[in-house]
Design a protein around this ligand. Sequence first.
Ligand code: ZN
Length: 318
Amino acid sequence: MPSRYSSNQKKKNPYIKWSLIIVPILLVIGAASWYFLQTQNSASNVEDVAKNEVQTSQKPAEEQPKEEKATEETNEESNEIEKTEETKAPEKTEEPKQQETSKEPKETDPPKEQAKEEDAAAASKPKKQETAKDASSYSDTIGLPGKPTVINGVLLANKQHPLPETYAPGESQEARSAFEEMRQAALKKSIDLVAFSTYRDFARQKELYKGYVAKDGQKAADRYSARPGYSEHQTGLAFDIGEAGQEQHWASASFGETKGGKWLAENAHNYGFILRYPKGSESITGYMHESWHYRYVGKKAATEIYKKGITLEQYLGV
Ligand SMILES: [Zn+2]
């Protein structure tokens, strides 16, 4: 028995010895491999993070312009647009490729539509004419008002006095009949007047402006196009006038040098129209000279404005 016992003891001892050696080794190997795997994972995580960071730093530059346009569809004020751009920028990186492909058609579509709808000559020429006035004249601190500005019964719309988004009177019937009367008088002098652009509602101006911003950027667009709510055409009282068969002079400074342009400048007040943006009055009206843009104010006001050689702003004392 003792021998058995001792032999068992002898047999057990080696197991204990081996297990004392092997178990720590296995533990060390296990710990080492765990540590290795951990470091591998974290290394690849670091790579992923690095990749993401690279993507995020690259993407906004490509996508911001598109986001800009998208936000403009829902925002009237340029201030709001700029703010939303900034706040939305970080979100854009999440689905880069889908966004790019789905947005590109939208981006290119508006300018095409706009080009189709554009009144033939009126479209491109005002851009050149209106350059330099807008940017400095807009006040970014005021939003669109709840009511239009009416002084002594005369409606005023300029860059300091915008119109409500909901102001949509359509073309003024009174102004239209005055124009028809004026047209008949001009016909007697063989001048065939055409009002090639009159009422434009808020949505139309917004669409135009959005198209210009998409094409040239907001800064450039502000130099040649009125922001929605700021165009006098939204009053229904502004008539862009040219001569039939003389489309090359429509919305062009050269119209002022034509027989029709000269006749209008001298006679429009008799029918209640004024040359709204006379030469040298940019600082008052906010617009460069537009020989084709007439505004209906009624005979009394028109005659006084014409005789005094003043602008509507000066007549209204603003
Ligand atoms: Zn006009």
